[in-house]
Write a protein that binds this ligand. Structure first.
Ligand code: SF4
Length: 86
């Protein structure tokens, strides 16, 4: 049985297949849809310090944050206004 990994990204967990799938999906995003690499990394850095992150998944929305953060127009779903924005 795989253990939950609090405050880990998929990148740091054993869920490599899902990470590979997400990377492939991100590669298919158009430049208009995709956040810059700087924004992406900044968002993931915030997620890594968030108590809502479990094994790469945000408990607020059920998304894998490494996928959600790749979209230029997505926001953090935290009800207090989001921890990262567009
Ligand atoms: S609530 Fe926001 S900062 Fe926290 S894991 Fe979800 S997307 Fe990331």
């Amino acid at each position: 049985m795989q253990r939950e990994c609090k405050r880990c990204l998929l990148l740091e967990s054993a869920e490599g297949d899902m990470l590979q799938l997400i990377k492939e999906k991100i590669e298919k995003l158009s430049p208009e849809e995709r956040a810059s690499q700087d924004v992406y990394e900044q968002r993931l850095s915030v997620c890594k310090d968030c108590e809502q992150l479990i094994s790469g998944m945000c408990l607020k929305c059920g998304c894998y944050v490494e996928f959600r953060a790749a979209f230029k127009d997505k926001r953090c779903p935290d009800s207090k206004g989001g921890r990262w924005k567009v």
